[in-house]
Design a protein around this ligand. Structure first.
Ligand SMILES: C[S@@+](CC[C@H](N)C(=O)[O-])C[C@H]1O[C@@H](n2cnc3c(N)ncnc32)[C@H](O)[C@@H]1O
Length: 241
């Protein structure tokens, strides 16, 4: 990666101090930039997609027929969602049309729509969201969460994965990653509040991604650390009313 494509801004600077990221500009080299930012933790960045979808699949108890990935980007999680829920129809939305173009090209069985206020795609049994909320302006987050609550089927599940601002390695990864220049990280408390505001029942807050994949023999221990606020990411699950 050349030095001039790399922007370094403090993670709490936010869009007021930096520019708002348009993922259209990053879709073509998204994978490369993600790999560059995370390679010290995991050589294969596919690891993150599979890891998160596995966590969700292993803990879902109710039947899943319709899945939405909100902020699906270039569709990196879509194939894993399809494999995890083979009976389900998978949908993805994003505000970046270029990212969606790639997502469509890579996932012919899924359906994709450009995200917009009032978008109606019906109700979903599962809404999966990974690394999106820190790109949404803090002032807009309540409205977004309410619109997601309205898309949940009765007793539908929403799973949100976010970077853990308490983890110094995560903060370094975010600081070094060009497409995170507008990131304003959220503490789990903020997501709890967003769920409350949107009348989503909070089911769990769990920390994850403690152990890099090269130490695979330690990964089974992660399930005992879900309470420990130093995982690389955290995962918040709620249920619609
Ligand atoms: C870091 S990428 C993550 C993409 C994907 N979720 C993944 O895990 O690979 C963040 C994505 O969120 C999208 N995004 C940002 N604001 C959004 C919003 N308000 N609604 C939907 N998507 C949004 C961006 O366009 C981008 O594709």
């Amino acid at each position: 990666m050349s030095g001039d494509t790399k922007k370094k801004l403090p993670i709490q600077a936010g869009p007021q101090a930096g520019e708002k990221i348009d993922f259209d500009d990053y879709s073509a080299n998204y994978d490369e930039l993600l790999h560059e930012s995370t390679k010290l933790y995991a050589e294969d960045s596919e690891y993150f997609a599979k890891y998160k979808v596995d966590l969700v699949r292993q803990s879902i108890r109710s039947p899943v027929k319709r899945v939405l990935e909100y902020g699906c980007g270039t569709g990196r999680n879509i194939g894993y969602l399809q494999a995890a829920f083979p009976e389900a129809k998978i949908f993805g939305t994003d505000v970046s049309s270029e990212s969606l173009r790639m997502a469509r090209a890579n996932n012919s069985n899924a359906e994709f729509e450009l995200e917009a206020p009032g978008l109606d795609m019906g109700r979903f049994d599962l809404i999966f969201i990974a690394s999106v909320f820190h790109h949404i302006l803090p002032i807009d987050r309540k409205v977004v969460m309410k619109s997601l609550a309205a898309r949940l089927a009765p007793q539908g599940t929403i799973d949100v994965f976010e970077h853990n601002p308490f983890n110094p390695v995560t903060r370094k990864i975010v600081n070094d990653c060009p497409f995170d220049a507008d990131a304003v990280l959220l503490k789990p408390e903020e997501l709890r509040g967003l769920f409350r505001h949107a009348a989503i029942r909070l089911d769990r807050v769990s920390y994850c991604l403690f152990v890099p994949p090269r130490l695979s023999w330690l990964i089974p221990l992660e399930k005992y650390l879900r309470w420990f606020p130093l995982g690389g990411q955290y995962w918040v699950r709620g249920t619609g009313s």
